[in-house]
Design a protein around this ligand. Structure first.
Ligand SMILES: [Fe+2]
Length: 254
């Protein structure tokens, strides 16, 4: 039978929505409790919902009993710090799994390509239920930073770079699309990342926000892009040689 997948993501694996129009006090994300959790680059995470309502970021398959990335438990201390962020997520009406704010330190294009990965969103997801995807809601205003998506990590022609001004909202099948962020700023970038179950509630929320499955990729200098690709693939190859396998072929636990 397989999982229910939203047709809107069939074509490109992502959609860009109209930006969130509201204002949020930055203290909602700067005052959260963060844990060190390695993802794409130099990162920390502040969980808002976790497997058991604790301030931790483990995949729900590590819970007792293990379960799919759904039915996240809101963390009271974090919810009271970030009520508007939680309201934004709950407004969707879909089943929420892991929900957290990511803090990413500035990096390079090559770093982003080096760290690109696939997420492990559907481990233990029962057959016949909705495919778990990720929604990214940009918090800080980083219009010169890009979400870098690739259908094939080894094929730069499959890449789309999406700008990240404040309020940008992206829905990504992050188990299909290789992804990472090239954050060119001086200050950390913050983004709200939520695992949602595909289904009618999520589709309704997406359709009400003018979804675009094809968005022109942000331009970069072709020589710079080629040099960044070469550096990233050299570092990826060295990592593969060191471990004896490509660790990004094992889906990210973040
Ligand atoms: Fe990821």
């Amino acid at each position: 039978m397989g999982h229910y997948r939203m047709p809107i993501l069939d074509e490109t694996g992502y959609v860009v929505l109209d930006p969130y129009g509201g204002m949020i006090d930055p203290r909602e994300w700067t005052s959260l409790a963060y844990v060190d959790w390695k993802s794409s680059g130099d990162t920390r995470f502040a969980p808002l919902a976790s497997a058991a309502g604790q301030v931790e970021c483990n995949g729900f398959w590590h819970a007792d009993p293990p379960r799919a990335d759904k039915d996240g438990v809101w963390i009271p201390s974090q919810v009271s710090t970030a009520p508007t962020l939680v309201e934004r997520v709950q407004q969707v009406g879909a089943n929420v799994g892991r929900c957290r704010v990511i803090e990413l330190q500035p990096n390079s294009y090559a770093d982003a390509l080096y760290n690109s990965h696939l997420d492990d969103n559907n481990r233990l997801n029962p057959d016949g239920e909705g495919w778990v995807i990720r929604c990214f809601m940009q918090l800080t205003d980083d219009p010169s930073s890009f979400m870098v998506l690739r259908e094939d990590i080894n094929d730069p022609s499959t890449e789309t770079r999406l700008a990240l001004p404040a309020g940008a909202q992206l829905v990504v099948d992050s188990e299909r699309m290789w992804h990472s962020v090239w954050h060119a700023g001086d200050e950390p970038r913050y983004c709200l990342i939520t695992s949602f179950e595909s289904g009618p509630e999520l589709e309704k929320w997406i359709w009400e926000r003018n979804p675009r499955p094809i968005v022109p990729s942000q331009a970069v200098d072709s020589g710079f892009a080629a040099a960044s690709e070469e550096e990233a693939q050299r570092r990826r190859a060295a990592r593969t040689a060191y471990y004896g396998y490509d660790p990004t072929e094992v889906r990210s636990e973040a």
